[in-house]
Write a protein that binds this ligand. Structure first.
Ligand code: FES
Length: 79
């Protein structure tokens, strides 16, 4: 029996199709201090067109964030 091990960490996944932003780009931005979706949008264009990527981009940003901080930024109203 042959076992093939695939290292998925080597591959990037497109999160934002409209602006060709990958998960790797988002993680790099987070490592460089980007904390909100608004900041990511300004920097990469992610979520500035159709917005279908917003939830996943926010989740990826949150992976690098300590608990308790606002992950959506000031451009989202809370009712
Ligand atoms: S997929 Fe990101 S703005 Fe459309």
């Amino acid at each position: 029996m042959r076992v093939v091990v695939i290292n998925f960490a080597r591959f990037a996944m497109y999160v934002c199709i409209c602006h060709a932003v990958t998960d790797r780009t988002i993680r790099q931005a987070a490592a460089e201090g980007v904390e909100t979706l608004g900041e990511l949008r300004f920097r990469t264009g992610c979520s500035s067109s159709c917005g279908q990527c917003a939830e996943m981009a926010t989740e990826i940003l949150a992976e690098r964030r300590p608990l308790g901080l606002d992950v959506l930024g000031s451009d989202v109203a809370v009712a």
